[in-house]
Design a protein around this ligand. Structure first.
Ligand code: FES
Length: 138
């Protein structure tokens, strides 16, 4: 994705988002989850498309890949967030749900730039807030 025409939001210092940590960024009424999973940065919408639970409280793991009968292959290690309410899983890179090509969450470009974590969004927000998750959620 090109980031040339997008608005840059400084989320925090890179040191504040070490591997395993999460932040919640609210841009006006748009809530976005920022995750550092194994050193890779992900950004995605907080609201689960099923019944609206906050995905920032979901567990992060991998998932079994599509395979032939009686073949079991694990993949996407620590790249899947599971909704804390009913367990729907989403690939944090693509936003794609694990069970249906028709269900997807919105993802955002996140980069580390000059020791800061930067979120890229299309619309410039009027109000920005950044929240740390409680201990035990990272
Ligand atoms: S609210 Fe997320 S799976 Fe039901």
């Amino acid at each position: 994705m090109s980031t040339g025409t997008l608005n840059q939001i400084i989320v925090c210092s890179a040191a504040e988002l070490s591997p395993g940590r999460r932040k919640v960024v609210t841009l006006d009424n748009n809530v976005i989850v920022i995750v550092n999973s194994d050193g890779k940065l992900y950004g995605f919408q907080s609201r689960c498309p099923h019944q609206g639970a906050p995905l920032e409280f979901g567990s992060i793991s991998g998932a079994m890949k599509d395979s032939e009968p009686h073949q079991y292959e694990y993949g996407c290690h620590n790249q899947v967030v599971r909704c804390p309410l009913h367990g729907w899983g989403f690939d944090m890179e693509t936003g794609q749900s694990l069970f249906s090509s028709k269900v997807k969450i919105k993802t955002y470009e996140i980069k580390e730039v000059n020791d800061s974590i930067v979120l890229y969004v299309t619309r410039k927000p009027t109000k920005v807030s950044v929240t740390d998750l409680p201990v035990g959620c990272s």
